[in-house]
Design a protein around this ligand. Structure first.
Ligand SMILES: [Fe+2]
Length: 204
């Protein structure tokens, strides 16, 4: 019996620590974040163009660098998943849409950062949801090699009249501020955003 007690204690501690590690998911609960793995056979690049870009009047290009948690080392092979609404504020779907495309729509992309940590995507400016005061935004999920995915601050637009002080002055924005400023007079307005992995992400 004396030999059984240490074994029982070990078993209890093991079960407890297993339950703990499951409940301490990086970044907390993340609805639909598994869509970051939903790219199928696609060979991910650091740059991509989202559907409808060429025919849309409000063209934008968003680019930047993803950094490791130290804020200076470029992070390679990080997958970024982005999705956003169309010019009517809806997540557009097709009759053939399956899986999470039925919720996120087809205006989405997956990128993988290059050796310099760079990413860029060409797309069209989203509208806010119909009859809402929610600002225009682009959702982002991050998947680092060997880490569980987590969401970071949405991209928001500095010139959006619906942008709130709460968003603008967020004390601890996830991954760094998501507020971007579009610039340029040409056909395509451009903006950049640096992303710092794990910054203000609980349990990182
Ligand atoms: Fe949204």
């Amino acid at each position: 019996m004396r030999h059984l007690i240490p074994l029982l204690l070990f078993a209890i501690i093991s079960i407890h620590s297993c339950a703990q590690s499951q409940s301490t998911q990086i970044g907390g609960p993340c609805e639909d974040c598994d869509a970051v793995n939903d790219f199928g056979e696609k060979n991910l690049k650091w740059s991509d163009t989202i559907y409808g870009f060429s025919s849309h009047p409000n063209k934008i290009k968003i680019s930047g660098t993803v950094y490791q948690n130290d804020g200076t080392t470029p992070a390679e092979d990080v997958i970024l998943y982005m999705y956003h609404t169309d010019a009517t504020g809806r997540y557009p779907t097709r009759p053939t849409s399956t899986g999470l495309e039925r919720r996120h729509g087809y205006l989405r992309t997956w990128l993988k950062t290059n050796s310099k940590g760079n990413y860029e995507f060409y797309t069209t400016r989203p509208a806010s949801y119909p009859n809402s005061t929610i600002p225009q935004h682009i959702h982002v999920t991050v998947k680092e090699p060997d880490k569980k995915e987590y969401y970071i601050e949405d991209f928001f637009f500095a010139d959006d009249s619906l942008l709130t002080p709460d968003i603008l002055n967020r004390a601890k924005p996830r991954g760094g501020s998501g507020v971007i400023s579009l610039e340029g007079e040409g056909d395509i307005k451009t903006a950049s955003r640096a992303i710092i992995l794990g910054l203000n992400i609980p349990n990182y």
